[in-house]
Design a protein around this ligand. Structure first.
Ligand SMILES: [Zn+2]
Length: 415
């Protein structure tokens, strides 16, 4: 058996890790297989599989193992610090659920059992690296200590309760932790961790302000500067902007306009709505690499009716090479995977960080130009089912690139 890729090697250059749930079985299988006998499937650098999906031991996990794709299992432990999980049917099948929510008052033995059981589960379903089952860094007293304690317990259970694997710390900062990452970073450096999975508790890269996105980047940057590679959670196309600014990797769900709201996630589920709240809304959505946007299918169909736009939205990747735009809505999952992998590959091909920054900057400028044309076209069409998106995130992300560069310049030692 080939040795596992060390995490440091994997994260030494930009990576995209798709986040897999039970809704993604078909697109991932089709994308791995390729569109025809003559097409190669998509080549994945790694995946993040939600525990509630992994628990059913889906066949797709075997395929990923055969293709030696590194697997991280998201223990979904951020949801276990309030009672909401107790009435959630999807989470109910996880074998390591604590009998009461994990809080700063949880006992030492409850913490130990929880951590060991969660790691055992990850080992059983084939995790390549362990993701520490941890809790949100809420603003109230006691949560930072609980977070550190769970991470330390995972480190000591690693190799004792389970086979030894590299450990990824889970850092889910609330607003206070996001403002002052330094304290967390220095404590983490005392523990044997290989990387951090960072998931801000409230993040919407499409509508958040430049200030907010700058704090998210600074948080990741602080870790990277300390030599800890970061996987940024559920960021969608914003992941490219983070990577242009030195963040190693990101994950995002397939075909989603990503955002994350922990508060929505732990709200008691409304009937039939369950997990949609955290996933960025319902409805079919299609990712357009040229616009760095995941748009409702109706809007994409309208864009493909526009003369001056259609030709600029051609996809030559394995997902669409044969079919062109026909049936794109039914291939949106594969198209998402191929597109996202492709844009990160483009970035990885740039040998220096300044060239990566340049690449993403140019991509954003081109997207902004095309967005202006697309908006005019959609307004002229006047189709009420396909309203023109604002695409304002492109401007926000361009501002962030400029601001982050200034911040980095002021960080440099002055002689
Ligand atoms: Zn495509």
């Amino acid at each position: 058996m080939q040795p596992t890729t060390p995490l440091g090697d994997l994260l030494a250059s930009p990576r995209y890790l798709p986040r897999l749930t039970e809704n993604d079985t078909k697109p991932i299988q089709r994308a791995l297989a390729g569109a025809t006998l003559f097409d190669d499937g998509v080549s994945l650098d790694g995946v993040v599989v939600e525990a509630a999906y992994a628990v059913a031991e889906p066949e797709v996990l075997d395929h990923l193992r055969e293709q030696r794709v590194p697997v991280l299992i998201d223990p979904q432990s951020l949801r276990l610090s309030t009672p909401a999980y107790m009435s959630n049917t999807r989470l109910g099948s996880l074998p390591y659920l604590p009998s009461a929510p994990l809080t700063p008052s949880s006992s030492a033995s409850d913490r130990d059992h929880f951590v060991a059981d969660a790691l055992r589960f990850q080992q059983k379903v084939g995790a390549t690296y362990y993701l520490v089952p941890s809790i949100p860094l809420r603003n109230d007293p006691g949560w930072a200590e609980l977070h550190h304690d769970l991470t330390a317990r995972a480190a000591s259970a690693n190799g004792r309760e389970v086979d030894s694997r590299e450990l990824v710390a889970l850092l889910a900062p609330g607003s206070a932790a996001l403002r002052s990452p330094r304290a967390f970073v220095s404590r983490l450096l005392d523990l044997p961790i290989a990387a951090v999975y960072a998931q801000p508790l409230a993040l919407d890269p499409i509508t958040d302000s430049v200030d907010k996105l700058a704090r998210v980047w600074s948080f990741c940057h602080e870790l990277e500067e300390a030599g800890i590679p970061v996987i940024a959670g559920r960021v969608g196309a914003f992941g490219l902007v983070l990577q242009a600014l030195g963040v190693s990797a990101f994950d995002s769900g397939i075909g989603m306009g990503e955002r994350y709201s922990w508060a929505d996630q732990v709200r008691r589920p409304k009937p039939k709505q369950d997990d949609k709240a955290a996933g960025g809304g319902s409805g079919k959505r299609i990712y357009l690499e040229q616009l760095l946007s995941t748009l409702p299918a109706k809007v994409v169909e309208a864009l493909l009716r526009l003369e001056g736009v259609r030709g600029r939205l051609v996809c030559n990747l394995g997902c669409c090479r044969v079919a062109g735009h026909a049936g794109l809505v039914d291939r949106r999952g594969e198209h998402y995977l191929f597109s996202r992998v492709h844009e990160v590959e483009q970035l990885r091909a740039q040998p220096t960080s300044s060239l990566r920054l340049h690449e993403v900057h140019q991509h954003l400028l081109a997207a902004r130009d095309l967005a202006a044309v697309a908006r005019r076209g959609l307004k002229d069409l006047g189709d009420s089912e396909a309203p023109a998106p604002t695409f304002s995130h492109l401007e926000t992300w361009l501002s962030l690139l400029a601001r982050a560069e200034q911040l980095k310049a002021t960080e440099a030692p002055v002689n």
